[in-house]
Design a protein around this ligand. Structure first.
Ligand code: GDP
Ligand code: GDP
Length: 473
């Protein structure tokens, strides 16, 4: 389970600044879901092998009333859902009563807290941060988030070791990741003619690994789009055994399912089969639950309500799914009872706006009546097989040569960009690394051409392909 780190503190202490640093240039997923504050932001942070979800809780100062109180409650809920809290205080402003109020709250929640004194730039840090020890939250980490100072120290010395420990406790073994490591280590040299000939023999079907593993798919989407209805449809009437996993209210339920001799695990974010009724959450819909389900899934089914069209929230969830490299199937639900011309309009608008995920299959379904639901399984299988397909260096090099023969790379400043060979860099999602001269000058249009060429030749559907370009051999 991907750990969740919440940034907590009064307004203006530097939470957004730190958030942007942790998630790098990646855009924040701004949660604008009903019942949630507009300014709660979610993003994915990556540090070496460590990945975690960062939540910017928006800010609380302990004196909220009315709508602010509601927002504060949302922040508190985010704290509740987090594994670790980074509690930011402002070294320039010094210790305030609001800081003390927040510290008391955090102590009551018995959360793991790292106390961070931000904005130490230009200050005699050791003397100003001293007073924060009074919060009795242990070490005071010094930081100047705006300048990047202290950020990596905190991550490497405190946060990462702690999160790694958490994960070790959680998972005993993870075979897939071992295999991935092996696959990623080192890359193969330029293929020989024999290897190229061998690639001719290689059929795509033979190259599908993990055929006997269950496919984990998550059904995600905004409230009321029909996730529960679809989950029930896909599960059918069969009796399901719900893994009785210990966990908090934010956890999704994992339900095993077999269909046409393929094993699946449905990650139910809608709470169709609840573990304990008494444990109902305040909000049925949890963004963190959704994001974790996406991270944990092989394939994500994004459910959209045909009557509402594509909303910003749908785009946010899609963006996050692409960021994490997961496979995607889009289900446009409530396709029943619509006039043909309405359907045509919806279809056209969706296909246009979803152009940036042209690798994803779009299904028009009615979860209520069951129409089209069966075909979703075909796309799930296709997407999973695409994501986990092993491609050899010989094969991708051959495809790259075919592509450049069909359509030469352009001239840049009088010299032709030369692509020499490609190698496979892993799967899930498939990665291909192309080596050549002047590759950094390759125009985006040609890169897109190549990516699409690889996609068609390798029959990869439902999953993004990452093609990287490297200068030289
Ligand atoms: P938030 O309300 O907690 O999210 O705070 P912001 O990240 O928006 O930061 C509030 C203000 O503090 C902005 O003007 C930032 O530029 C500034 N700030 C953030 N980090 C630092 C820092 O490390 N040093 C200094 N001097 N200013 C900072
Ligand atoms: P969730 O919040 O995403 O789990 O959504 P639900 O499955 O609870 O569905 C919300 C509402 O939409 C319910 O009233 C459902 O009966 C209705 N609904 C779900 N699927 C369909 C569908 O395919 N067609 C129509 N017309 N209504 C649907």
């Amino acid at each position: 389970m991907t750990p969740v780190v919440a940034l907590v503190g009064r307004p203006n202490v530097g939470k957004s600044t730190l958030f942007n640093r942790l998630t790098r240039t990646r855009d924040a997923l701004v949660a604008d879901f009903p019942g949630l504050t507009r300014d709660r932001k979610y993003g994915q942070a990556k540090l070496g092998r460590m990945e975690f979800i960062v939540v910017d809780t928006g800010g609380i100062d302990g004196s909220e009333e009315g709508i602010e109180l509601h927002m504060a409650e949302q922040s508190l809920l985010a704290i509740d859902e987090a594994d670790v809290v980074l509690f930011l205080v402002d070294a320039r402003a010094g210790l305030t009563s609001a800081d003390i109020g927040i510290a008391n709250h955090l102590r009551r929640q018995k959360k793991k807290v790292f106390l961070v004194a931000n904005k130490v730039d230009g200050l005699d840090a050791d003397s100003v941060v001293g007073e924060f020890y009074a919060l009795a939250l242990g070490e005071v980490y010094q930081m100047a988030a705006a300048h990047g100072r202290g950020v990596y120290g905190l991550l490497e010395q405190a946060l990462t070791p702690y999160l790694e420990e958490l994960q070790d406790e959680e998972s005993d073994e993870d075979e897939a990741s071992d295999e991935e490591a092996e696959w990623d280590s080192g890359w193969e040299p330029e293929p020989t003619e024999e290897e190229l000939a061998a690639a001719e023999q290689e059929s795509l079907e033979n190259a599908v690994p993990f055929a006997d593993l269950p496919i984990k798919f998550a059904i995600v989407g905004r409230p009321n789009v029909g996730k529960s209805t679809l989950t029930n449809r896909m599960l059918g009437e069969e009796r399901v055994i719900v893994f009785d996993m210990p966990g908090t209210t934010r956890d999704s339920i994992y339900i095993p399912l077999e269909r046409d001799e393929q094993q699946y695990i449905v990650i139910d974010t809608a709470g169709v089969r609840k573990r304990k009724k008494v444990y109902e959450t305040v909000e049925k819909f949890s963004v963190i639950k959704t994001l974790q389900a996406i991270e944990d899934a092989n394939v994500v089914i994004l459910v959209i309500d045909a009557r509402d069209g594509l909303s910003d929230q749908d785009l946010s969830l899609l963006g996050f799914t692409i960021q994490t490299g997961r496979s995607i199937v889009i289900a446009v639900n409530k396709w029943d009872g619509l006039d043909q011309d309405v359907k045509d309009d919806i279809k056209e608008a969706l296909e246009r706006r979803l152009g940036f995920v042209d690798f994803a299959r779009i299904h028009f379904i009615s979860a209520l009546h069951g129409t089209g639901v069966g075909h979703l399984f075909e796309s799930i299988q296709e997407a999973y097989q695409s994501a986990t397909r092993r491609v050899s260096t010989a094969m991708v090099t051959r495809i790259m040569r075919m592509a450049t023969e069909d359509h030469q790379p352009p001239l840049v400043r009088g010299r032709r960009v030369k692509l020499k060979y490609a190698h496979a860099g892993g799967y899930n999602p498939p990665r291909i690394i192309v080596h050549g001269n002047q590759v950094k000058d390759l125009p985006d249009s040609y890169k897109r051409y190549l990516i699409n060429y690889f996609r068609r030749a390798l029959k990869i559907m439902g999953t993004p392909i990452h093609v990287e370009f490297q200068e030289g051999d």
